[in-house]
Design a protein around this ligand. Sequence first.
Ligand SMILES: NC(=O)c1ccc[n+]([C@@H]2O[C@H](COP(=O)([O-])OP(=O)(O)OC[C@H]3O[C@@H](n4cnc5c(N)ncnc54)[C@H](O)[C@@H]3O)[C@@H](O)[C@H]2O)c1
Length: 286
Amino acid sequence: MNHIKIICVCGAGTMGSGIAQVAAQAGFQTIQFDLNPDMVEKSKQSIETGLTKMVDKGRMTIADKDAIVNRILFTSDIQQCRADLIIEAIIEKKEAKTGLFQSLSVINAPDTILATNTSSISVTEIAVTIPYPERVIGMHFFNPAPLMKLVEIIRTDKNTDLIIEKTLSVTKQMQKTPVLCKDAPGFIVNRVARHYYLEAMRFVEKEQVSIESIDQLMEASGFKMGPFKLMDLIGMDINYGVSNIVWEALDKPVRLTPSPLQRAKVEAGELGRKTGKGFYNYGSSQ
Ligand SMILES: NC(=O)c1ccc[n+]([C@@H]2O[C@H](COP(=O)([O-])OP(=O)(O)OC[C@H]3O[C@@H](n4cnc5c(N)ncnc54)[C@H](O)[C@@H]3O)[C@@H](O)[C@H]2O)c1
């Protein structure tokens, strides 16, 4: 089995930046690519800040931190995206993801694994548009990627056993816990968790309960984050997009109807922490 040495992460937003950090921390040569040079710069700063906090807490040395940052090539030039494993974490739009993989398949070997971090788009529907579709697989990380252990590995009927084995193995090398899932709408976590968000928003709309009360109660009952704080962390555009895709893929069941409350937030550009305002105010984007 050929071993994976170079990992390229496409998209330098909330998830891509965290995944690039995870890859470099695990010792892989890492490429962090985004079309937008400002996002590339922001990712570099965010990774450095994250690692500096670990140095301050005594969890790594300055030399370790420098070595990790030096293992990452930050770029906005797609021609530099040549790797053994490419993980895309760009916007949640099928056409954008298939377009990116098509461009990358021209400059990479046929056995380069093309993994998508999509939260909800059918991995099979992406795979069938790409040359050598057997190497297209889902690697669904959770937010924040450097902290969350779970990675859903979404297999399609086209994947070979070798591709699945290599993806499971590299995920473990990245110090994560892979769980193999079928390619079904919302996979497992996002399907089950949809109600956590949707019921909470319905409650606010119909019963006029405050978002703060719901978050406080859910946290007091044992959840790490209340649904509104979690939606702000995920990003309203991403979470609303997932709700729509899952709802449509399951033939629009009433119980999974996307919330007008969240649509209004998206339309107002109040996307959560990344824009400085979502259900809560954060002062400046973080
Ligand atoms: N936010 C979450 O909590 C979360 C969790 C798991 C999975 N995901 C998935 O990860 C992906 C990224 O989500 P995010 O929250 O990081 O989004 P984001 O909006 O924070 O970042 C997306 C980045 O992709 C870049 N981009 C857009 N088109 C591109 C292209 N063609 N080539 C290169 N870069 C491009 C943008 O410039 C932006 O920097 C989505 O598919 C989302 O569903 C998100």
